[in-house]
Structures are given as C-alpha cells and as structure tokens.
Ligand binder design. Sequence first.
Ligand code: UDP
Length: 325
Amino acid sequence: MQTLITGGSGFIGSHLATLLFEETDDDIILFDDFSTGRSSNVSHLTDHNRVELIEGDVIDKETITPLVQQSDRVFHLAAAVGVQRIVDKPLRSMRTNLIGTENVLDAAVDDQTPVFIASSSELYGKAEAVPFAESDDRVLGPTSSLRWSYASAKAVDESLALAYYRDHDLPVAVGRYFNIVGPRQTGQYGMVIPRFVEQALENKPLTVYGDGTQTRSFTHVTEAVKATYELLTTPEAHGEVINVGAPEATSIKELAERIINLTESNSEITYIPYEEVYSEDFEDPQQREPDVSKLESVLGWHPTTDLDRILNDIIEEQTTVTAST
Ligand code: UDP
C-alpha cells in the first residue's frame, strides 16, 4: 500500500507520517513545498527506504497528478498555516487551497482513491453559540478582513469534496481541525502556544491580543492524526464533514498564566489592543469549541485535552532546541 501525504513535512503531516510509519507497512510519500514544512520534521523517517520526501507544489497539476494516481490513499494536508501568513499572502494561500485541492480530488477519481481533506474550525468564523456542530451555520466576517479568505477557500474545499463524493462516488472524508498543537509547530505566523512558550522561556512579556477572554479548544497533534487516519479508513466517514478536536475550551489569558507557571518564568503578560495586532482589520473569533458527538459516533472516541501535557511536551521540545543551539 502506498500513502501520499501532501504537506507531509509540515507540523501535522510529520506526525501523521510517524503514525503511518509505526502502525502500518505502507510506503509513504511526503510531498511538501517547504513553505512552512521542514525536512528536519521528518528526518527521523526519511532514512528508511519506506519513506520518500518530494519537494513540489500542489498547485502544479503535472506534478501532483501522477503521485495521487500511483497512491492507494491520500491525506491532503498542504495549506498555508497561521493567520499572519494568510493575511500577508492571501492569494498564495487561497490558490493552494482552491487549485491544490481540486488537483488532488480530480486525480483521485479514476482509481477511486480515498482522500482525506483537512479543513478548519476557522470556518465557524465569528459564530457565538458554542459548541460548534457541523450542521451549524457559518458566520464569516467581511471580505475586507483578509483573514476570512482562508475560511472562504476552505469552505469551497469542503463543498468540492462533497461534490466529488456525490458526482463521482469518491471516498472522501473531511476533518475540521480545532487548534491542533504540539511539538514541531512554528510560532512564526501566529500560533499562540509556540509563541507564548518561547516568550516565557526567554522571560519576555507574553503578548496577549485583546483582553484575553477569547477561548480556544486545543487538541494534541498525536490525537488529531489518530483521528485523521481513522476517518479515512472508516467508510461511515466518507462523504461527511467532521469536527476533529477536544471539547474543553481555555481562555487565552488563562493559557498565558499556565505557561508562565509551568516554565517558572519571570515573564509578565502584556495586552495588545486588536488595532495594534499585525493587521489593522484583524478580527478574532471570541469563542471556539467543537461539538464532538459526530466524531464520537463515527469513531467511538474523541480527543480529550490535557492542556498541561500538551504544554509540557512543547516546553520540553523548545528547551531541548534552545539547549542545543
Ligand atoms: N494570540 C495571542 N497572542 C499571540 C498569538 C495569538 O493572544 O501572540 C491569540 C489570538 O488572538 C487568538 C488565539 O491566541 O485569540 C489563537 O490564535 P492562533 O493564531 O494560534 O489561532 P487561531 O485560533 O486564531 O487561528
């Protein structure tokens, strides 16, 4: 069996590759444009002849099509990550989502190759009635706030996936990821936890945007990739959009305080008004929390947050990286 992971040397992709390497006999192709992916994320795997890392762009149909066609299943994770990167490069980010996803789905049709499509809780936008269920309406902000370009493109990806399922019987499962976190995530383009951990370890102020009352539900990447793998291999998930996350929500202020405590840091918290965050029309969802009943009914389990475990894993990684540089 050959498995293709687009975005395979990225944060989530590298953890999924590790799971596949350890739990299956698959030959694994990791496809990545290295925009945020790093070969070092998968260097523990690429020494083995079962794993091949290929540089390329999902927008390039001639490159991605044969790779999909020679694979028996595809996890399509390639996407721009981080609100800051999306705001900086909206066109690039949208083209990856729109053209890349269409290329992957189109190439999968002839052999009915199962495809997992990574979507995002960003699609719930500014909805307020938590927890968010898949059947809920989506509430995106104005087009002028380019943050929402990502959610708009991912919304098209979801509709495309369901259209391929309907029109071509393509076995496709869509997972809406809720703030997946863990080792190897870069804080370069937003991503609150790696940023706060780095700030705390350097005894610098933790930069809380707004008043810190906004909430997120953080999910350990190891649980997210387990759910990802199971969704693609569970026929009841095909043709479905399913939340992938842990139901417990934490405010960003509480998150900052926990990180300061766990790292025994001298850092203070500094509150940055939204107008002064990197984009003048920055908008921030106030609440985000998944309804996991659909995931539970399909897989028989759902991720559970142990925030201290997540934070300790990231602190340990960053301490090791700092110590070795
Ligand atoms: N955030 C923050 N300080 C930072 C980075 C992020 O307070 O340095 C906040 C951000 O405003 C949001 C939350 O942390 O409310 C999660 O941000 P992230 O970019 O990690 O993910 P999002 O859920 O917004 O996509």
